[in-house]
Design a protein around this ligand. Sequence first.
Ligand SMILES: NC(=O)c1ccc[n+]([C@@H]2O[C@H](COP(=O)([O-])OP(=O)(O)OC[C@H]3O[C@@H](n4cnc5c(N)ncnc54)[C@H](O)[C@@H]3O)[C@@H](O)[C@H]2O)c1
Length: 246
Amino acid sequence: MEKEVETAIVTGASRGIGKAIAFELAQNGFNVVISDIEKTDGCEENIENIDELGREAIFVKADVSDRDQVEDMVEKTIEEFGRVDVLVNNAGINIDKMLTNMAPEQWQKVIDVDLTGVFNCTQAVLPHMIQQGGGKIVNISSMSALDGTPGQANYASAKGGVISFTKTIAMEYAQHNIICNAIAPGFIKTRMTDEMPPGLFRNRLKENPLGRRGKPEEVAKLVSFLVTEGDYITGQLININAGEYI
Ligand SMILES: NC(=O)c1ccc[n+]([C@@H]2O[C@H](COP(=O)([O-])OP(=O)(O)OC[C@H]3O[C@@H](n4cnc5c(N)ncnc54)[C@H](O)[C@@H]3O)[C@@H](O)[C@H]2O)c1
């Protein structure tokens, strides 16, 4: 009997790192749910490119911080593909302010999307993965969780929480053959870093041992490795940062 095509959900996959992950997973044989709060930059083209690979991709609009929308998104995945084998919690935002200038709403918004969003999506897929006998979850954290970047108390706290969450979920659900890891990217070429103040941008490049931003595709390859080859890797944080933080 032919093996059923596996399904991956990638959140925040309309553009940037998530978009590259969706394509890379499709190249590795997955049908993909491209989920995002909005459909942006080349999302439709990505779906067409995945189609050309002979895989299916659908766009499902969902705000990861909204539990009802997340549950609907997972339901839509099951309706469309009948299964969910991989979840990549990639959606994320930053609202950078020094702490004395950070409004409580700016703190809360980043926590809601970057940390509670990971909780919401993971909780929504777990019953399906348990029922299927396993699954793989990759959470996109950040180097900011580790290196104390000024102006990112909200973002760093959320991304640090993602690392602790990852380790806990790995331990809680190993018994169900569910693998859960986190990735901490450094300085990657996406809209998030395009929008940095020019002075900060130049300093980051100077500090980068390889002297360049990483490509979203380079992060996507690491996610894909964990998902396709990482059967004995769980509860780990894997850095991808050109040696900027070791
Ligand atoms: N670019 C970097 O240098 C870098 C470094 C470390 C970590 N990261 C992390 O990588 C992930 C992807 O970031 P990126 O650089 O591609 O940024 P990006 O801004 O290009 O993409 C983020 C995506 O998330 C979506 N999104 C935002 N809020 C959402 C919500 N509430 N619900 C669903 N989707 C939402 C956006 O619409 C967008 O498509 C983020 O978690 C980010 O924190 C990025």
